[in-house]
Design a protein around this ligand. Structure first.
Ligand code: LCS
Length: 394
């Protein structure tokens, strides 16, 4: 087989990280072990001193986890990746690795609620200050720079408002100012957006979402673009201990095999559903990157290879109308999380973004009436019929 990096994403999804093994099993085994034997004391010492390659202890590395890490690094076009126990563990590890007391962070104002809370409630305790900005306008990022700005953290599309930031423009600006750019690529997956091609320094994902795709694992991943960045992140992850376990790594790697076809179907379904919602008389507004009405549709066209499965909208009648919709769906499931094969619907203000508090939510345009749908891979017309019957109850 030629170098995996020369294949398409469809082929990479199926083959990347699948290495030959002792028994030539087509699917590599799960190394469900916490520790690895040393031949003798010299061997153990050499492994610890990095003078020899091999495994020591699963928090520091494991073949099943490495297979997953290889697959994601190939798909993102990065150097190497680090699989973590959750998306939040990945985000925590990145900030802990890059920041020190006295540093300043610029963060998109619409990001997963706990990301905001992590910066506001935990990193602030260690002398790290954050400015939250509407990064869909690069000018706002530029104006937020301070002498001590170290990291610019972007989620695009942002959870849950779907606002889109110009990743290339922000990377160029941040590098000129001497800051690193981190992108949370969870909503897109590596198939629909390639932040390294747009100039960013670190990419991360919640594996819980599209990468795994089957709503049965919590995990995260950080992708580094070079050896030095990787080693810094690896040292931090080893110490913080937010490692994924081998069985979950196996499940995510299994999920990735269908990533490319799933993303195609999520995008196709979501486009059809967004167009249906947009025309519905009970809708106040809808945000989907694939709609011409999306305020950053032109940026989306430029930097995304598909528009993904996430839609947000508000009904006329605000939250009360939204509650009727969410309480009456039958095929769609009222639940948080996203990116699985099944369609989920949720209310960010009282659920995923409740921890941010009202003040930051208002600044981030996360209205009380905003409803978010993660469109699954079911039959699109059947999802539409379900929404239709629930909307009729309003
Ligand atoms: N980044 C994004 C964009 C997310 O949406 C989430 C979780 C995380 C990071 C954190 O990942 P986790 O630790 O949960 O694996 N988003 C969720 C959501 O919108 N509903 O439930 C979880």
């Amino acid at each position: 087989m030629k170098d995996i990096n020369n294949y398409s994403d469809e082929t990479k999804s199926v083959h990347a990280g699948i290495t030959e093994n002792e028994h030539l099993a087509v699917v590599p085994p799960i190394y469900q072990t916490s520790t690895f034997k040393f031949y003798n004391t010299d061997h153990g010492a050499k492994l610890f001193a990095s003078e020899e390659e091999g495994y020591i202890y699963t928090r520091m590395g494991n073949p099943t986890i490495e297979a997953l890490e290889e697959s994601i690094a190939v798909l993102e076009g990065g150097y190497k990746s680090l699989a973590c126990g959750s998306g939040m563990a990945a985000i925590h590890t990145v900030f802990a690795s890059l920041l020190q007391k006295g540093d300043h962070v610029i963060c998109s104002h619409a990001v997963y609620g706990p990301t905001t809370t992590l910066l506001e409630n935990i990193f602030s305790k260690f002398g790290i200050e954050t400015t939250f900005v509407d990064s869909s306008m690069t000018k706002n990022v530029e104006n937020a720079f301070k002498r001590n700005t170290k990291v610019v953290y972007i989620e695009s599309p942002g959870n849950p408002t779907m606002c889109i930031s110009d990743i290339k423009e922000i990377s160029e600006l941040s590098h000129k100012k001497g800051a690193l750019v981190v992108v949370d690529n969870t909503f897109m997956s590596p198939v629909l957006q390639k932040p390294f091609k747009l100039g960013v320094d670190i990419v991360l994902h919640s594996l819980t979402k599209f990468l795994n795709g089957h709503a049965d694992v919590v995990g995260g991943v950080i992708i580094a673009k070079d050896e030095q960045s990787y080693q810094n992140l690896r040292k931090t992850l080893n110490l913080l201990g937010g490692t994924i376990n081998p069985f979950n790594a196996f499940l995510v790697h299994r999920g990735i095999k269908t990533l490319a076809i799933r993303m195609e179907r999520h995008s196709k379904n979501a486009q059809k559903i967004a167009e249906y919602i947009e025309k519905h008389p009970k809708i106040e507004w809808v945000r989907y990157p694939g709609l011409k009405s999306h305020p950053q549709h032109e940026i989306a066209k430029k930097q995304m290879y598909g528009y993904g499965g996430m839609i947000s909208f508000e009904l006329k009648g605000g939250i009360e109308a939204g509650k009727i919709l969410m309480n009456n769906v039958q095929l769609c499931t009222l639940a948080v999380s996203l990116g699985g094969v099944e369609t989920l619907i949720e209310h960010p203000a009282s659920m995923t973004h409740a921890s941010m508090g009202k003040e930051l939510r208002v600044k981030a345009n996360i209205t009380d009436g905003l409803v978010r749908i993660s469109v699954g891979i079911e039959n699109a017309d059947e999802i539409i019929s379900d929404l239709e019957q629930a909307l009729n109850k309003i």
